[in-house]
Each structure stands twice: as structure tokens, then as C-alpha cells.
Design a protein. Structure first.
Length: 479
């Protein structure tokens, strides 16, 4: 069987991290099986549509590098198709017109609630005769158009008796009692299909072999199977992905930090690190390997190995994975990726690369870079009190900085971290200073920070002149 899978998001807002996870699972499956991955935008729910979301979905797939082979297909451009198929079901007796008003349906719901029963349509319109239907749509029925004075109607699926079961590739056999399933509306009174009809018709028309989607759709699957049976079509295979949970095992939400798929880009995660991390969510490769290239992921991926228990979104692990990828970049690549985050840093490329080399080993995400490197690009602002090491006094600090500055002015200043450290430490020993009382204020003078790269690392990037200038500013803060 040739594998064809689809990513079928609804454009109802900024795509969530769960959305890209679903897309990735489909993409990996398609690539692992040499199949087709297509994009279908499910935009038939006019009330929930948010302009610009389709573009965001496409932008997301592009940033994460999940290329699709077909599409995007927009359901809103295929309305005739769904209407045609709804009519076919009515003709077969597997669906029916329903003229019930919203008021009547609301009353049914209220009554069910009062009796603590699940709300279900009572099939009031199931037994209408052909003549009555003709009359109520306004006479002379051309199936989809209302005649003069016609009433609004929807088309409902007639759920048969019995049970509906299917094998979920992640969860095994799942069975539902049909008696609990409502006669689902397939076509709304405005002629738009509901999710269920459009989804099944398109999966059939697009020859989808495997439906891989979020757990929240599991309860819709029996309706879909019944629809396939009603049409006389063979259903695809189904796999429902587990929920993504926060570290506290509750459903991942804003409370746990950014959850928008593109927010991770803005926070400075690399797409390849995100893919690596997301692929391992809820999926066990069976080895200790944590870092996988895309090719390795495709090779190792198996749908069946996905856990049915919730997948924990562990941000510390994400930071760790991202750090690993950041460290693997050449300095030129690292600088290229960092650029958007250093928009305020006006400097030559060579200088930017030098500064970035001092933090590449430590950085977890690119958005940390401005805070970690700002002092390279402009003189830092800080309180003079920070210059005084915990075991020193203001006078000692001033003395050490003054002598250090004089030493640098009069001696050579090697532009190599190790060499600069050596000459500086030799000077400290000769003068019988404490290391901390000298190097602490030197580091603060250069960075203005409590924690930063070593003073030698910074000094080498800044150069002799700027280093001495900053030592002088520090000295002036100490009187
Ligand atoms: N449009 C649904 C969604 O937004 C698709 C569910 C499915 O894949 O069947 O997730």
C-alpha cells in the first residue's frame, strides 16, 4: 500500500506546539515509508476562522523544515464536493434532512442535562416523508436550494445500531457503543460541511492511507468509521497521538511558558534542535541516543513506538538539546543564526564572531545573547559598589585597578586569552596581590555583570585601548 498522510490543521489562531508535533509525526512517517505528506487547511468552520492563521501554519512548516509534497488544499474551496457527498448519503438512506430550530435543539439539550443524560438529537425529522421534505424546502426541490418560503435545514448522519470498533496503531483496539453517538450534523444550513464530513470526504478523495492526529479527535473516529461504512469506503488506518503535558503532568498550556510553535523560533531555538526534541516526545528510540539528525530520525522512527501515555514537554531537556546544536555550529554559522537576536549590536562581523565565541559554550538559546554579550558592544552601566570583591575594600580595589591599568599601559598586551592571563597573573604574584581583589573588579569593569566570561576572554575581544578605558571608568566610580 502506498503511504499517503496529511497534516490537516484548522486555521483558528497561532499554531500550537502540539500542531507542529502532529505535523512532524506525519512527516516522519511519510519519509520513513517513502510516502507522500500533504497539507490540507480545514477552514470550513467560518465562526472559528482567524485571518492570517493559514499563512502562519505555512510559515511554521517552512521554519521547521517540514516540506509537503502536495497542497495546500483549502476545504473552503471544495464546498460543492461535500454537498455532493451529503446528497449521496441522503439518497442511500444513511443521512437525513433535519429542519429542527435552534430553539428546539436547545430545549432538547436542556432536558438531557436536567436528566443527566448525554445530549442527543431525538430523530424528530428522521421519519419525514419525501412529500413533506419537498414542501418544507419550498417545493420543487433542487436538492441544495430552497424554494420560495423554504425552511432552513441541515443534513444529519443516521448512526446505525451496534458497536463501532477500530484498531488504533498506538492504542490497540478501541470500541464505541453506537447508542452513545449523536446523529452528527454533516452539512450545516449555510451549505458548509462540518469537520466530520469534510475530513472523511477529503481523506477518501486524497487517498489518505494513515490518519495520524491528536488524541482529542479519538472520540470523533467512530463517527468517521460510520461515515466510511455509509459510503461503502474502506477506512484508513488510525493513530491517535498522546496529549502533550507540562512537567507537572497537566495538559501543556501557557502556564508552562510559550506554547506557540513559532514562539520557539523567537526565543532562539534552532529548528533542527526543535525537531530532534519533538521527535523524542513520547517516542522511545530504544537506545540512549538523544541527538539525531533528520536522516537518523527518519530511519529510526516508528509509529508503534509512540507511547500512549502523555508526552512530557521537558523544557530543561529542550534547552539542553538546543545547547548541543548551538555548540555544534561553526562560529560563522553561529553568528549567522544569532544575527536577528543581535539587531542592536552595531559592529563588524569579525568582532561579532569574536564576542560570540566567548559565549557559544554556555548559551542555551539565542535570545539569551543580548544579555550575555551587551557589554562588548557598548560600555556597561553598573553600580561602582559591584567592583568591590567580597573580601576587599574600596581603597584596595581602587589601588589594584589603578596599578593594573598602569601595568597594561606600559607592558605588552597579548591578544590571546591564555597569554594575557599568564602575564596578568605574573604581575599579581609579583605585586603580592590577592587574585580575587584584582580580577573580580577587572571583570566587573569590563562587563558590568556579576557573572560573565572571564576577564581575559573579554579583554582580548575588547583590545588593549578599550580595556584600559574601562578600567579608568571603574577607577573613577570608586572615589
Ligand atoms: N482540522 C483538525 C485539526 O485542526 C484535523 C483533525 C484531523 O487530523 O483529522 O486538528
Amino acid at each position: 500500500m502506498s503511504v499517503r498522510v496529511r497534516f490537516a490543521p484548522s486555521p483558528t489562531g497561532d499554531p500550537h506546539i502540539g500542531s507542529i508535533w502532529t505535523a512532524l509525526m506525519n512527516w516522519l512517517f511519510a519519509r520513513a515509508k517513502g510516502g507522500v505528506f500533504l497539507l490540507r487547511i480545514e477552514d470550513t468552520d467560518q465562526a472559528r476562522l482567524i485571518p492570517g492563521s493559514s499563512e502562519k501554519i505555512i510559515e511554521m512548516l517552512k521554519w521547521y523544515g517540514l516540506n509537503y509534497d502536495e497542497g495546500p488544499f483549502y476545504q473552503s474551496k471544495r464546498l460543492n464536493l461535500y454537498q455532493k457527498y451529503a446528497d449521496i448519503l441522503v439518497e442511500k438512506g444513511n443521512a437525513y434532512y433535519c429542519f429542527c430550530s435552534t430553539e428546539r435543539l436547545a430545549e432538547l439539550r436542556k432536558a438531557a442535562e436536567a436528566n443527566k443524560q448525554p445530549s442527543k438529537y431525538d430523530r424528530h425529522c428522521l421519519s419525514l416523508s419525501a412529500e413533506e421534505i419537498q414542501k418544507r424546502v419550498g417545493g420543487g426541490l433542487a436538492r441544495r436550494s430552497l424554494g420560495e418560503g423554504g425552511e432552513k435545514f441541515v443534513v444529519r448522519l443516521k448512526i446505525p445500531e451496534g458497536k463501532t470498533s477500530f484498531i488504533d496503531l498506538i492504542r490497540g483496539k478501541i470500541e464505541f457503543e453506537n447508542a452513545l453517538i449523536d446523529d452528527q450534523v454533516l452539512l450545516k444550513s449555510d451549505g458548509f460541511p462540518t469537520y466530520h464530513l469534510a475530513n472523511v470526504v477529503d481523506d477518501y478523495e486524497m487517498k489518505i492511507s494513515h490518519v495520524i492526529r491528536a488524541e482529542e479527535w479519538l472520540s470523533s473516529t467512530p463517527k468517521h468509521i460510520i461515515l466510511y461504512q455509509a459510503f461503502g469506503w474502506k477506512p484508513p488506518e488510525f493513530a491517535h497521538l498522546p496529549l502533550i503535558l507540562g512537567a507537572d503532568r497537566s495538559k501543556l498550556s501557557k502556564r508552562h511558558g510559550a506554547t506557540g510553535a513559532l514562539a520557539f523560533r523567537n526565543e532562539g531555538y534552532l529548528p533542527e534542535a526543535m525537531l530532534n526534541f519533538l521527535a523524542l516526545l513520547g517516542w522511545n528510540s530504544g537506545t540512549d541516543q538523544e541527538i539525531f539528525s533528520r536522516e537518523e530520525l527518519v530511519k529510526a522512527f516508528s509509529l508503534e513506538a509512540i507511547n500512549k501515555a502523555g508526552a512530557i514537554f521537558n523544557r530543561e531537556k529542550l534547552d539542553w538539546v538546543n545547547g548541543m546544536y548551538l555548540r555544534k555550529l561553526s562560529i560563522a554559522e553561529f553568528a549567522e543564526r544569532a544575527k536577528p537576536f543581535l539587531a542592536d549590536a552595531k559592529a563588524e562581523n569579525v568582532f561579532i564572531e569574536k564576542t560570540l565565541a566567548t559565549v557559544q559554550e554556555r548559551v542555551k538559546k539565542l535570545s539569551e545573547l543580548p544579555a550575555l554579550t551587551h557589554f562588548y558592544f557598548k560600555q556597561p552601566e553598573y553600580d561602582g559598589a559591584l567592583l568591590v570583591w567580597k573580601k576587599a575594600t574600596l581603597e584596595i580595589t581602587k589601588d589594584r585597578l589603578t596599578k593594573l591599568s598602569a601595568f597594561y599601559s606600559s607592558s605588552e598586551f597579548p591578544l590571546d586569552e591564555k597569554a594575557l592571563e599568564e602575564v596578568t597573573k605574573a604581575f599579581i604574584t609579583k605585586e603580592q596581590f590577592e587574585t580575587g581583589e584584582t580580577l573580580w573588579p577587572m571583570r566587573v569593569a569590563l562587563s558590568g555583570e556579576k557573572a560573565s566570561p572571564s576577564p581575559f576572554q573579554i579583554a582580548v575581544v575588547l583590545g588593549k585601548e578599550e580595556t584600559i578605558a574601562r578600567l579608568q571608568i571603574a577607577i573613577s566610580k570608586l572615589s
